[in-house]
Design a protein around this ligand. Structure first.
Ligand code: NAG
Ligand code: NAG
Ligand code: NAG
Ligand code: NAG
Ligand code: NAG
Ligand code: NAG
Ligand code: NAG
Length: 311
């Protein structure tokens, strides 16, 4: 009984802290702290804007306008309570035809959880400072012209659930460091210029549901460690330079619905274990090097759909 009361009071106190701070005596220390820190966000956004050279629809006119609060600038969303109050938590600048590079000041947006620049004309590289965004959950930079290597520092953004960098010009290898992102559900790096092999560490990404590496220049074998990704529903390795045989262990991925492996240099028989994939809707493994036939138990196959449209 008394524990309940104490807990209720505690919850009440937590809920009411922001309103109290706002309306009654603002605790001087924390107000000052909020001021400087949201000023950091302001400065970081202005710095980001300064590297955006093209904005044909004048979408970013609100940015820096003294009469518009930062949290109301186009594409900016701020937190509403606790430490996040007044801090930038989301940046959604998709489909604005913006032309420019990504400023390293992005790393100063300490509370950023959602970062979307998809369908613009950003070029240059992804700054390694994105690694400072330890609260980042969603990163979508797809459909730009961002190149260079994928920064391994992304591995420090341990909250990441989605990385979508498709349709860019990234080169270098898939950073093996990303294997530490144990919350990652979507890793979509298709339609880039990635080289090297698929890191065996990929098997550590146990939360992965979508692994999309198609249309790159990846070589080597499909790592058998992929069998550890029990939640995988979508595996797309289409159009690379992968060789060796299809691992029989793929047959253990009970949730797999979509499997694209064609247009590689895979050889050997199609493993009969693929017949165990009871959730499979699309199987695309046709390549000249392969022998054997598709297991009969895969009666549900539909014509392949490409590019992927499910996420
Ligand atoms: C970002 O933070 C760094 C380190 O705190 C600081 O030196 C730099 O001036 C900041 N940049 C911007 C644009 O806010
Ligand atoms: C700033 O925003 C206000 C309110 O929307 C608008 O009236 C004003 O023209 C803007 N100033 C500039 C310089 O764009
Ligand atoms: C991304 O770009 C590719 C190639 O230009 C295009 O085929 C695709 O439809 C685009 N995706 C979106 C979501 O616009
Ligand atoms: C990708 O790499 C190939 C081969 O090195 C090159 O010809 C092509 O221009 C590159 N594409 C881009 C978009 O960088
Ligand atoms: C796999 O998916 C299930 C159901 O969505 C979820 O409960 C579980 O946490 C996931 N596993 C991992 C390792 O994320
Ligand atoms: C998977 O398929 C193989 C060969 O078709 C079969 O021997 C094995 O028992 C199956 N495993 C499961 C878990 O269904
Ligand atoms: C990323 O953005 C593209 C373009 O808007 C969209 O089609 C895709 O579904 C997004 N990716 C994820 C994983 O949400």
């Amino acid at each position: 009984m008394s524990i309940m009361i104490v807990m209720q009071f505690f919850v009440f106190a937590l809920l009411c802290l922001p309103c109290w701070a706002n309306a009654v005596h603002p605790p001087i220390l924390s107000t000052a702290e909020t001021a400087t820190t949201s000023a950091t966000d302001h400065q970081a956004l202005m710095s980001l804007r300064s590297l955006i050279k093209g904005d044909p629809s004048q979408a970013l006119d609100s940015w820096g306008n003294q009469s518009i609060p930062m949290c109301q600038w186009r594409g900016v969303a701020c937190g509403t309570r606790g430490r996040r109050r007044g801090r930038v938590v989301a940046l959604d600048l998709r489909r604005l035809n913006l032309v420019g590079t990504i400023a390293s000041s992005i790393g100063n947006l300490t509370y950023l959880r959602h970062f979307g620049l998809q369908k613009n004309r950003f070029y240059g590289t992804m700054p390694s400072e994105v690694g400072h965004l330890v609260q980042l959950e969603y990163l979508n930079l797809s459909n730009n012209s961002i190149g260079g290597e994928i920064p391994p520092t992304l591995a420090t953004c341990v909250q990441l659930r989605v990385i979508d960098l498709r349709y860019n010009v990234h080169k270098g290898s898939v950073p093996r460091e990303l294997a530490s992102l144990h919350n990652l559900e979507v890793l979509a790096l298709g339609y880039n210029n990635l080289t090297g092999s698929i890191p065996v560490e990929i098997g550590n990404l146990k939360a992965l549901t979508h692994l999309v590496l198609n249309s790159n220049m990846l070589v080597g074998e499909i790592p058998t460690q992929i069998r550890n990704l029990k939640n995988l529903t979508y595996l797309d390795l289409y159009f690379n330079g992968l060789s060796g045989s299809i691992p029989a262990s793929l047959g253990g991925l009970q949730k797999l619905q979509i499997l694209y492996l064609s247009n590689n240099q895979l050889s050997g028989p199609i493993p009969t274990t693929l017949g165990n994939l009871s959730s499979l809707l699309v199987l695309d493994v046709q390549t000249t090097g392969l022998t054997g036939s598709i297991p009969e138990s895969l009666g549900k196959s539909e014509p392949p759909q490409h590019p992927f449209s499910r996420i």
